[in-house]
Structure formats: C-alpha cells, structure tokens
Design a binder for this molecule. Structure first.
Ligand code: FE2
Ligand code: FE2
Length: 259
C-alpha cells in the first residue's frame, strides 16, 4: 500500500500547487491513500476554513490532520465534530471539539491515522507518549496499518516518539517546522520516519510568511503583521510503502518547486 502524506498545506498557493502536483503524481505513482496536514490551509495561513477543507478534498486529499493552528478558525469546529475525514491532535483536552484519529478503508483494509502534538516549545498538552500508547493499543486490535503525524517543534521529541512507537506503527512523520529534513528512514521495527515533511505553499517566504516582517521581528523583537509570501510555490511530501503486515518497506521524500 502506498500512502502519500503532504506537509503543512499553506494558503491558497499551497492548495493550488497541491492540486497540480497530485495530478502529476497520480500519473507517475500508485497512490492508495492521500493524507495532508491542513493546519495552515486557510487563505491567511491561520487554521483551516470550511472552504479550504473542501478544496483539499476536491484536489484528491482523503484525510486531513492539524496542529497548533487547529483553533484559529471557529467555523471549522462543527466540521471537526461531524466530518470523519479530519482530525486534530489526540493529546488536546478530551472535551475539545473533534477527534484525535481517523479510520478508513483502503483496498479492503482498515487504516488508522493518528494526529499528535509535541510539548517542547509548543504548549501544555497531555503526554503524546501516553495518548499514543492508549490509542495504538486500541487500534492494533483491528489493524496494523497505523500512520502517525507528530506535529512538533523539536527534533529530539520527534525522534523519541518514533523510537518509542518503533514496531508498533507503520510510520511516524513530523510536521510543523515547515522545513523538510533529509533523514527519512525505516526504523528496525518497520516504522517509517522523517523528522519533518516540510511545507506545501509559498517557497520564498520564511516558513510561508513574507520575509520583510519576519526579518524585522527577529531584529527588533516587536510584534508586527504577518502575511503569506507570494511568488513561486513548493510541494513537500513523503511517499510511504507499507507491506501486508503493516510494516513500512520504503519512505521517499518528495520536494518539488516552481522554476
Ligand atoms: Fe504548526
Ligand atoms: Fe504549520
């Protein structure tokens, strides 16, 4: 089974370039399941709107994960409760809207997608390790195809969760930093890993945002207005191959840009 996971889709530029690249990729590869992190898919890059979510589905994305920007757009809260194709981090408070993992059927097989958020430099959340334990032990009774999007800032926390879940899940991939790392590998237990998949959106900004205000912020440390960058776009993803036992046999990094 080939699972394509697309890193933080950012703004309209992210959605349009994703749609173009998916058309192309479908001609080149067999894609059995397409999952995207949509936490920046709103026009302004903050959270996800109902319209942006629909556009992702129309482009071919089947399941959507989120992150620290989950609550930026209030209009999405109802969809989080009702729509079984989108999830938010499972280690948010249990009373928060939405669900922390998704189930779907791919080629007659059950597949689960879990979203977790890191705590180091991120916020006060339940332990992603304990919550992962709880969910994975439940899910493994019905399937061994388990994919984890770990939305976290710190490389060591992401590696720690990957090694913690090694052999128990098919993949742990990192999101949130918007910068793709070159450390993709299969851990000895058959768990595919990459520290960060990267961002799909404006290529020449600073993690998607306009350079000028971002540079100024690092110089004077004053609050200022941030908008998404314009110009060339990039597409960041990983293609993971999972065998019949739920173990991954390959992970390939994909990074495509305009011009
Ligand atoms: Fe994030
Ligand atoms: Fe993001």
């Amino acid at each position: 089974m080939n699972l394509l996971f697309i890193g933080d889709v950012t703004g309209k530029a992210g959605i349009t370039y994703l749609a173009e690249q998916l058309k192309q990729l479908r001609r080149e590869e067999t894609l059995d399941l397409i999952v995207a992190n949509g936490e920046n898919a709103a026009k302004n890059g903050r959270g996800i709107t109902i319209g942006a979510l629909e556009e992702l589905y129309d482009s071919g994305v089947e399941l959507v994960t989120l992150g620290n920007h989950t609550w930026d757009q209030k209009e999405i809260y109802d969809s989080l409760d009702r729509d079984m194709r989108i999830c938010r981090p499972a280690n948010f408070h249990e009373d928060a809207p939405g669900r922390g993992y998704l189930n779907c059927e791919v080629n007659g097989k059950q597949v689960a997608v879990i979203n977790l958020i890191g705590r180091t430099y991120m916020g006060l959340y339940e332990s992603p390790f304990q919550i992962a334990d709880k969910i994975v032990s439940e899910i493994r009774q019905t399937t061994s195809y388990i994919f984890v999007d770990f939305h976290a800032e710190v490389t060591s926390e992401k590696l720690a969760l990957a090694w913690y879940l090694n052999g128990k899940v098919s993949a742990v991939v990192g999101t949130h930093t918007h910068v793709q790392t070159a450390d993709e590998r299969i851990l000895p237990g058959g768990t595919a890993y990459i520290t960060d998949v990267g961002m799909t959106g404006p290529r020449d900004g600073i993690i998607g945002l306009k350079k000028g205000p971002m540079i100024q912020k690092f110089i004077d440390q004053m609050p200022n207005k941030h908008e998404l960058e314009e110009g060339p776009r990039q597409f960041s993803a990983v293609l993971i191959t999972i065998d019949e036992s739920g173990k991954s046999t390959a992970i390939r990094r994909i990074l495509r840009t305009e011009d």
